[in-house]
Design a protein around this ligand. Structure first.
Ligand code: NAP
Length: 489
């Protein structure tokens, strides 16, 4: 580790943040956070107990009324100051994410921009929470529709985008006037801890943001979810965990937002601009080392262009530089842990066993850390596990189709429905795909769709609710309708 990296890590809080103060776990326990590129311990941080979780919820409940009554402009200014500091400290946040999660520095810088935008966007949205006023159809009264904070929120985030998944929840929750308890993933909690410090410096009042880091996620969050004072659960992570949390949230009839897994189809028609499709495919597949919910999982390519597409992709993937994300020119970092490597190995071996052709990669790299070679598989056969499962690794799997109907059937043949990608130069066909593909988002001749100003979210088992856009703040508001008399009656 360099001196610069050690200095950065020394400035990251290692305690829980509850009721405006940094404190150790009630049990005194800590856990280690590792660099997946080297296995090195980066920091030891507080391991919260269920009692710490309860204290965090108490703090959020105590601060709720004052924060809800804080003028929207003040709430907005705090978010805006957080955005400004985050932007000024772009290099620190980028390096921290690369260290704890492994993504290449250039991508980590991109996440600072993307994650920061949620702070800026929702600082703007905070002042535009509006209602309605008007006569009822009978003319006997006046109808008032107003928006109110939903109440204390529990925000649970995954490891793959340590900054953006936190700001995408914290910013709209605070903008709408809610207090929060945040639980980052145990694999990558450091970015959230540094973000919390920046929020604190930006003037977030005590109790409005509380952060608990823990290795016992279920045991710590379970009692919070069961507490009737909690009113909202927002979760980003895998579908199996999301499903379990939804069942738990049903007891308290909680408002929920669920950003879950994906299995994105990437459809290339014979009328596509192939250079554009190849560039989009590389971005949609290999960004974040393939560990994105929006990662293209299944490449469905018209048979007449499949060979050319595969050749061109394979050539480009050969040129990738694998290494520690902090090294210059690296395009592919390590996977998050050994389980992720084992999953890539298993899916590739299943696909090859069923007749797929490996054109590059296909193995764990013989070096410290959890590296898997960027891989391309062609002629992937129906029934292969890789077409069903979320790969979450740098493996690009190509299957061929003959007709538009077949492409649609293949693309929709999944329980997930987060995002799809379509490449065609035929405008009518592109428009048909908007209607025919069952996903909450679509990239039409575009390989990356995420934007703070857009409603991010999935259909089917990919989740409930939307993050970002005009829709994002409504996830954290509840509607009240009031009827009053006709003042002229
Ligand atoms: P995960 O295992 O479901 O974990 C997500 C979060 O839930 C982590 O903070 C985890 O904490 C926590 N958690 C796990 N079990 C829990 C339980 N029983 N009770 C309460 N919390 C629990 O998912 P992941 O591996 O971190 O993330 C990858 C998944 O997230 C992929 O499926 C990906 O598609 C999805 N994702 C979706 C989106 C989207 O917007 N749709 C965005 C990014 C990622 P610990 O890990 O500390 O236990």
């Amino acid at each position: 580790m360099t001196d610069h990296q050690s200095t950065l890590l020394a400035g990251v809080p290692d305690n829980l943040f509850i009721a405006g103060s940094w404190r150790p776990s009630g049990s005194g326990a800590t856990f280690d956070v590792h660099d997946p590129a080297t296995g090195e311990v980066l920091a030891s941080i507080a391991d919260a107990t269920p009692e710490d979780g309860a204290a965090a919820l108490d703090a959020a409940v105590d601060a709720a009324a004052d924060w809800a009554a804080t003028p929207a402009r003040e709430r907005a200014d705090i978010l805006r100051r957080t955005f400004d500091t985050l932007t000024a400290r772009r290099e620190d946040f980028a390096l921290l994410m690369t260290l704890e999660m492994g993504k290449p520095l250039a991508e980590a810088r991109g996440e600072v921009t993307y994650g920061g935008e949620f702070l800026r966007w929702f600082s703007e949205e905070a002042t535009r929470i509006q209602g309605r006023y008007g006569p009822n159809p009978e003319g006997t009264g006046r109808m008032i529709v107003s928006q109110h904070p939903v109440g204390p929120c529990l925000l649970i985030t995954p490891w793959n985008f340590p900054l953006a998944m936190a700001t995408r929840k914290i910013a709209p929750a605070l903008a709408a006037g809610n207090t929060v308890v945040v639980k980052p993933a145990a694999l990558t909690p450091l970015t959230t801890l540094l973000l919390t410090k920046v929020l604190e410096e930006a003037g977030v009042p005590a109790g409005v943001v509380n952060v608990i880091t823990t290795t016992a996620s279920g045991a710590v969050t379970g009692p919070i979810i069961d507490d009737p004072r909690l009113r909202k659960l927002s979760f980003t992570g895998s579908t199996p965990v999301g499903r379990r949390l939804l069942a738990q949230a049903a007891n308290g009839v909680l408002r929920t937002s669920m950003e879950l897994g994906g299995n994105a189809p990437f459809v290339v028609f014979d009328d596509a601009d192939l250079d554009k499709a190849v560039a989009g495919a590389l971005a949609a597949k290999f960004r974040n080392i393939g560990q994105a919910c929006t990662a293209a999982n299944r490449f469905i390519v018209h048979r007449s262009v499949a060979d050319e597409f595969s050749r061109s992709i394979t050539e480009k993937v050969h040129g990738f530089v694998v290494g520690r994300g902090t090294e210059p020119d690296v395009t592919i970092g390590p996977l998050i842990d050994d389980n992720a490597v084992a999953k890539a190995e298993q899916l590739v071996s299943d696909a090859v066993g069923r007749g797929a052709t490996l054109t590059t990669g296909g193995e764990r790299l013989d070096r410290p850390g959890t590296f898997y070679a960027p891989t391309v598989l062609t002629d992937v056969r129906p029934g292969s596990e890789i077409l069903r499962e979320e790969i979450f690794g740098p493996v690009l799997a190509i299957a061929a189709f003959d007709t538009e109907d077949e492409a649609v059937a293949l693309a929709n043949d999944t329980e997930y429905g987060l995002v799809s990608y379509v490449y065609t130069e035929n405008l009518q066909r592109g428009q048909r795909m908007i209607d025919r593909l069952a996903t909450g988002m679509m990239g039409l001749n575009v390989g990356v769709v995420s934007n703070a100003a857009a409603p991010f979210g999935g259909w089917k088992m990919s989740g409930l609710g939307r993050e970002g856009g005009a829709e994002g703040i409504h996830e954290y508001l509840q509607t009240k309708y009031t009827l009053t008399e006709n003042p002229f009656a």
